[in-house]
Structures are given as structure tokens and as C-alpha cells.
Design a protein around this ligand. Structure first.
Ligand code: FAD
Length: 308
């Protein structure tokens, strides 16, 4: 079964995990009764695994994908151009195929700090999509990134959308989106990509709002995403960072605020999923952050399972 077939038939739902850096982290994710088994028990349509900038964790990425496949779920590998030669890309992609991994998210990749280019033979995701099609024909189902607010380095959102169309023209099959909390912008972008002739299914990436620092970091460290008023209110209400008005705040008070932030964040995430579901999208892709309990609660309370 291909992910595109599912997306074209009904609303899909999926998870994203990352390859842990430590053996302990691997055990928690891939071990018996671990996070992957718990995620699979929710019967997602697929689970994707990220790929470190410069291929720093290629071994672990493949190991995680092997586990996903062994659990009977489609594994989608993320893959980037950063630091990769054409020959190296060919070898790595053949290895994925040899392991039965035939779904790929083709990315340029985040450039390491101070770099001005990918340091590899390919410079943009458009080129990677074409390279995969030229070298491997239809062996891979290819997803590509879409940025509803525009990629942070794009010269204009119109240019960004035209590059997305080029990814489709080069053979990409579906879109996985960058996180976006600005729903007016998202609805505008959906209309704009369809008007531009982009017909690929849209699988929306959603980062659960569970932790204030991680939320701010994800929005601002690389992506320059808008933090809407409602989300800003939650961050303000449970502010845990240096606070000139409460310089001696107790650890217990901070811990309580973290718990309250998570409650409010889960509710916010569920409402966000409600809004996305009526935007003409084809799938919901939850960044599981290698966790299980909170994600399971979001899946259950949002009704994602009931709608598929
Ligand atoms: P591209 O589509 O190549 O775009 C990059 C920039 O160049 C944009 O500003 C675009 O407007 C411009 N551009 C594109 N094509 C051209 C062209 N032909 N000529 C001129 N300009 C062009 N990163 C990782 O390192 N590992 C991961 O596992 C990972 N997973 C991700 C998962 C998702 C769902 C998403 C949305 C992103 C992920 N990223 C990951 C981040 C991604 O690699 C970065 O956002 C990266 O900076 C851009 O990748 P891209 O594929 O969107 O690039």
C-alpha cells in the first residue's frame, strides 16, 4: 500500500519520530513495549523518521525504520541534500530499498550554522526529487515539504509556491507541511497552492504544544513561525522564564505552571486539529517527539482515530 493511495481515499493520520542519540533512548523508542509499539497500537497509516543534518545519524535512522517496518507499519524516511554527493545519495537510497523502505520525504535539509549551501552535489529539494525519479523511477513514493508561511529563507511566498509546483512537476507525490499555527495564513496558502496548479495531497504536520520552551524554540529558532494570540496567551499565563516580577519564584510554582501549560497546550492542539480537519487537507501528521502518553491523549480526544 502506498501512502498516496490512502491520502487519496480518506483522511490519513501518522506520526513522526526522531532517531535517539543514546542507546537508552533507542531502547525506550524501539525496545519491547517501547514508544514505537505504543504508537503502532493506535494504527497510524505510517510513521516517519527524521534524518540528521549532514547525515549524522544515518545508522540510527535506518535502525528505527527497520523497527517501524517490523511492526507492520509503513516507514517513511526523511532525507536531505546536506553534505551528500550524488553517488552517496544513490547508495543510501538503494540501502533503504534493500531494507524495504520505499517512502521518502525529499528535503534540502537545514543548513548547519555558518553554511551558505548544502555542501553536497544537490542544492534544493526540487533537484533531489528529480534525481530520485531519474535514478530509481517509480520505486519510491516521494513526499516533499511545504511551508504555509513560506520557508524562512524564501525570497517571496509566491516564489516558494512556484518551487513547490516544480517539486510536483519533477515527480513528487504528496506534501508534508511545516508547522503552522496561523490558520488564516494556512487557509490562504491552501487556496494559493491549488490556484498554482498544485494538486498533490496535503498532509499537515502538527507539533503538539506540550512545553513552553520547546514551542518557542520550534517556532523561532529556525522557522520564524507566527505565534497567534491564543497561543501567546497560554505562554504568558504560565510564564516560566526569568521573570523580573517574580524573581524568587519557587520550584514547585514553576513545576505547577509547566503542568498547567501542558494541559492548556493539549487543549489548544486539539482545537487546532479541529480547524485543520475542515481545511480540505488529506492527512494529519503528528510530531510524536518520541513520546507516547500525551500524543495518545491528543489522538483519542481529537477524534483523529474516529475520522479515519
Ligand atoms: P527547498 O524546497 O529546497 O527550499 C529551500 C529554500 O530555497 C526555500 O527558501 C525555497 O524558496 C528556495 N528554493 C527552493 N527551490 C529553489 C530553486 N530551485 N531555486 C532557488 N531557490 C529555491 N530537516 C532535516 O535536516 N532533517 C529532517 O528530518 C527534516 N524533516 C522535516 C520534516 C518536515 C515535515 C518539514 C516541513 C521540514 C523538515 N526539515 C528537516 C527541515 C527542512 O530540511 C528545512 O525546512 C530546510 O531549510 C528546507 O528544506 P526544503 O526541502 O523545504 O527546501
Amino acid at each position: 500500500m502506498k501512502v498516496t493511495d490512502i491520502l487519496n481515499q480518506r483522511m490519513a493520520f501518522s506520526f513522526e519520530v526522531f532517531p535517539p542519540k543514546t542507546d537508552n533512548g533507542m531502547e525506550k523508542l524501539c525496545g519491547k513495549g517501547g514508544v514505537l509499539e505504543q504508537l503502532v497500537s493506535m494504527k497510524p497509516d505510517y510513521i516517519s523518521c527524521t534524518y540528521g543534518a549532514g547525515g549524522t545519524n544515518v545508522g540510527k535512522n535506518l535502525e528505527v525504520l527497520d523497527h517501524i517496518k517490523a511492526l507492520g507499519t509503513i516507514g517513511v524516511t526523511h532525507f536531505t541534500c546536506v553534505g551528500n554527493t550524488k553517488e552517496g545519495i544513490k547508495q543510501q537510497l538503494q540501502t533503504y530499498l534493500d531494507h524495504g523502505i520505499d517512502h521518502i520525504l525529499a528535503l534540502r535539509g537545514d543548513l548547519p550554522f555558518g553554511w551558505t549551501g548544502t555542501g553536497g552535489d544537490l542544492h534544493y529539494a526540487t533537484e533531489l526529487v528529480k534525481f530520485i525519479r531519474d535514478e530509481f523511477g517509480d520505486k519510491f513514493t516521494i513526499a516533499v515539504a511545504g511551508s504555509p508561511e513560506g520557508h524562512i529563507a524564501c525570497r517571496s511566498i509566491e516564489a516558494d509556491i512556484s518551487f513547490l509546483k516544480q517539486k510536483q512537476d519533477n515527480g513528487a507525490d504528496y506534501i508534508m507541511t511545516q508547522l503552522c499555527w496561523d490558520m488564516d495564513q494556512f487557509r490562504w496558502w491552501m487556496d494559493a497552492i491549488r490556484a498554482a496548479g498544485i494538486t498533490m495531497p496535503v498532509d499537515v504536520g502538527i507539533m503538539p504544544v506540550l512545553d513552553a520552551a520547546a514551542t518557542i524554540n520550534m517556532a523561532l529558532s529556525r522557522n520564524g513561525c507566527v505565534i497567534p494570540r491564543k497561543l501567546a496567551e497560554i505562554i504568558s499565563k504560565y510564564w516560566i522564564f526569568p521573570n523580573p516580577f517574580a524573581p524568587n519564584e519557587s520550584e514547585e510554582s514553576i513545576a505547577q505552571k509547566k503542568r498547567d501549560f501542558k494541559e492548556a497546550g493539549i487543549e489548544y492542539t486539539i482545537r487546532l486539529i479541529d480547524e485543520y480537519r475542515v481545511c480540505g487537507i488529506q492527512g494529519i501528521h503528528l510530531y510524536a517527539l518520541n513520546k507516547y502518553e500525551d500524543v495518545a491523549r491528543i489522538v483519542k480526544e481529537s477524534g483523529i482515530k474516529d475520522m479515519v
